[in-house]
Design a protein around this ligand. Structure first.
Ligand code: PLP
Length: 450
């Protein structure tokens, strides 16, 4: 009998994270100090991050132990199931098998607690009292609010104004977990005040909110900053997704042909695919496809260059695919994908052609989300719908070629807090955004000279 739901026991949950840095050393680029243009002195990061996370950020050790207390918290919702989307396959009439790793069952509804939990833990161990952060769609803010409450820390969340207005119930959730919320840009920080003075009606962006959260942490000794994506240690924590997936595939005899995930800062994509990269480097024919929004296409339209991670230029320079640090993406509903840059590790793999990138428009994503909800019953996050539409395209390609491929996508989260977006789609009020070519060109002119 074919198996359609592949589960692991709690004992089978991985006890170590996989650090891809060990296997792609020639591709790595150091973060640079914007003041000197020289590789960043890790000690300088101590005002923002605890030592243990800085060590993970620069580590090239292949396997890193998951602390017992972190594992215990992860087991609140892990392991997550690998499911077969049979009704979607039948609807498409494809010989391909479509699987999805479902990360929407976590407390806050996405993959983000996989890193929020260890980040809160390591900060608590280091004696930090409060974490500051940014949030776009609200997924990261609610994950960190949950994790900080779990380990007894305070949490301040700068929420992109556009999402603050679109998603009132994400705010309620963060308030329930005990976090303090500030719409960004705000008048609480110099970075926020500067943006407000120049653009009073701005919808905000992740780049701006990061500047505000970093500034808050720099100005308070007992506070540190937590980032929900982009950085190496975040990618590391998310590998628990792909490590579980590998075990599930081995159990069910699945040989993966195509892995698909959406990409904003790159963490859910990295989480799924990084553990498979050694297999690919050893010759396995696995394609790895990152899907980004056509309105914010850092990988398919950006440049591979050193840039700031934030609009206010407070972060080190990272070599990554970028649209420019002061590019403010159009207000698409997939708020978690509205980021100008991309994880340096994911960027390096793309540059080396180990992974692929593709972009999809907002309406195509919503159409796929509706189909998935009607066939498989799950309302996906608008971010995750980028992975769904690309997985559908892969399944249709397999149909044309008459090939029974195994396609696996990552359902990074559910869309239960995105109902106003789905309402707008259903009533025909949503539209596609033109790719903002001029704004990107303008922003790319301001890349730092390295
Ligand atoms: C934050 C988020 C994303 C995008 O972030 P990545 O770091 O690229 O994973 C995607 N999907 C969901 C549901 C999210 O919450």
């Amino acid at each position: 009998m074919e198996q359609h739901k592949i589960y692991l026991t709690e004992q089978e949950v991985p006890r170590q994270w996989y650090n891809i840095a060990a296997d792609i050393k020639p591709l790595l680029t150091p973060p640079l100090d914007p003041g000197t243009g020289q590789p960043m002195d890790p000690a300088k990061l101590r005002a923002i991050f605890p030592e243990s996370l800085i060590e993970q950020e620069i580590s090239d050790q292949r396997w890193i132990d998951i602390p017992e207390a972190v594992l215990d918290a992860l087991l609140i919702y892990r392991p997550s199931p690998l499911l077969r989307a049979r009704r979607l396959e039948q609807y498409l009439g494809t010989p391909a098998r479509i699987y999805f790793k479902n990360e929407s069952n976590s407390p806050s509804g996405s993959h983000k607690p996989n890193t929020a939990i260890p980040q809160a833990y390591y900060n608590k161990q280091a004696g930090v009292k409060r974490l500051t952060t940014e949030t776009g769609a609200g997924q990261w803010g609610s994950a960190l609010a949950f994790a900080t409450k779990h380990f007894g820390l305070e949490c301040t969340v700068y929420m992109v104004r556009r999402s603050y207005e679109q998603k009132p119930f994400r705010k309620s959730m963060m308030n329930m977990y005990g976090a303090k919320l500030i719409p960004s840009p705000s008048d609480q920080t110099a970075a926020g005040r500067a943006i407000l003075a120049a653009m009073p009606d701005t919808p905000g962006s992740l780049g701006i909110a990061i500047s505000e959260a970093v500034e808050d942490a720099l100005n308070h000794d007992d506070a540190r900053y937590a980032l929900g994506s982009v950085l190496n240690h975040v990618m590391l924590h998310q590998t628990i997704i792909g490590l579980e997936t590998k075990k599930q595939m081995a159990k069910a005899g699945i040989k993966p042909d195509v892995l698909v995930a959406c990409a904003g800062g790159g963490s859910n994509f990295a989480g799924l695919v990084f553990p498979f990269v050694p297999d690919k480097l050893a010759g396995a024919a696995i394609r790895m496809v990152a899907v980004e929004p056509a309105a914010c296409p850092s990988m398919t339209k950006g440049v591979y260059a050193y840039d700031f991670g934030d609009t206010g230029k407070l972060t080190p320079l990272m070599k990554m695919y970028t649209l420019g640090h002061d590019f403010i993406p159009p207000g698409i509903h997939a708020g978690g994908l509205r980021y100008h840059g991309m994880s340096p590790l994911v960027s390096a793999l793309l540059q080396a052609k180990i992974i692929e990138a593709t972009a999809r428009t907002q309406l195509a994503c919503f159409e796929a989300a509706l189909l998935f909800a009607q066939l498989e019953g799950i309302v996906p996050a608008p971010e995750s719908s980028h992975a769904i539409v690309a997985a559908i395209d892969e399944a249709l390609k397999a149909k044309k070629e008459g090939q029974a491929k195994d396609i696996t996508f990552l359902l990074s989260g559910h869309g239960h807090f995105d109902m106003s977006a789905y309402d707008a789609y259903l009533s025909g009020e949503l539209s596609d955004y033109e790719y903002p070519a001029e704004a990107v060109a303008e922003s790319l002119k301001k890349l730092p000279q390295v």
